[in-house]
Design a protein around this ligand. Structure first.
Ligand code: IMP
Ligand code: MG
Length: 183
């Protein structure tokens, strides 16, 4: 049967837990960015579900935009060689930028993106990731995210924006993908 849930070996973050994460991070970001010029930048496409729910829990004036990045690598691992395929529409000079990512794995993608944005005279650049796989961080990556939804084990996860081969993004929770699907 063509049922997305059939391809999941274990639910790792439920819909209820995702709501709690969005509430908690939204409240913290609201507190931390009060009085600042908040500019939310979502990394396409994995962050869009998280970003739309998170920003509705931030009670501040803010602007949003997206960065499209592609990284060369296999379908389950990134190489860290990142290419910008959609840049921001305007200058971030003077803004307090909050980068939104679906998952921090080796950390190479966000490390590259935040270094690139640092050359653009933003007032500050912070990172908010829904998921973190700390066990997978590359030794040469020094990026530390300011906001983390929750840690996940070193398994390939999908749903709530995260894909495998562009599919499973619309699964409403985060699940581990059955190994037989990608091995
Ligand atoms: P990094 O550069 O190794 O940190 O990889 C980050 C990117 O790889 C994320 O934005 C995801 O697109 C992708 N990625 C890493 N791990 C997973 C996973 O378990 N499921 C889905 N995508 C992943
Ligand atoms: Mg991604």
């Amino acid at each position: 049967m063509a049922n997305l849930a059939n391809d999941i070996s274990e639910v790792l973050v439920t819909e209820e837990e995702l709501r709690e994460i969005n509430k908690r991070l939204g409240a913290q970001i609201t507190k931390d960015f009060e009085g600042k010029k908040l500019f939310i930048v979502g990394i396409l496409k994995g962050s869009i579900y998280f970003m739309t729910d998170l920003t509705r829990n931030i009670d501040l004036p803010l602007e949003i935009d997206f960065l499209g990045v592609s990284s060369y690598g296999s379908s389950t691992r990134t190489s860290g060689q990142v290419k910008i395929v959609k840049d921001l529409d305007k200058s971030i000079e003077g803004y307090d930028v909050l980068l939104i990512e679906d998952i921090l794995d080796t950390g190479r993608t966000l490390d590259y993106v935040s270094d690139m944005l640092k050359t653009r005279k933003a007032n500050s650049i912070s990172v908010c990731t829904l998921l973190d796989k700390p066990a997978r961080r590359a030794p040469d990556v020094d990026l530390v995210p300011e906001y983390v939804g929750c840690d996940v084990p070193d398994e390939f996860v999908v749903g709530y924006g995260l894909d495998y081969d562009q599919k499973y993004r619309n699964l409403p929770y985060i699940g581990a993908l059955k190994r037989e699907i990608y091995e």
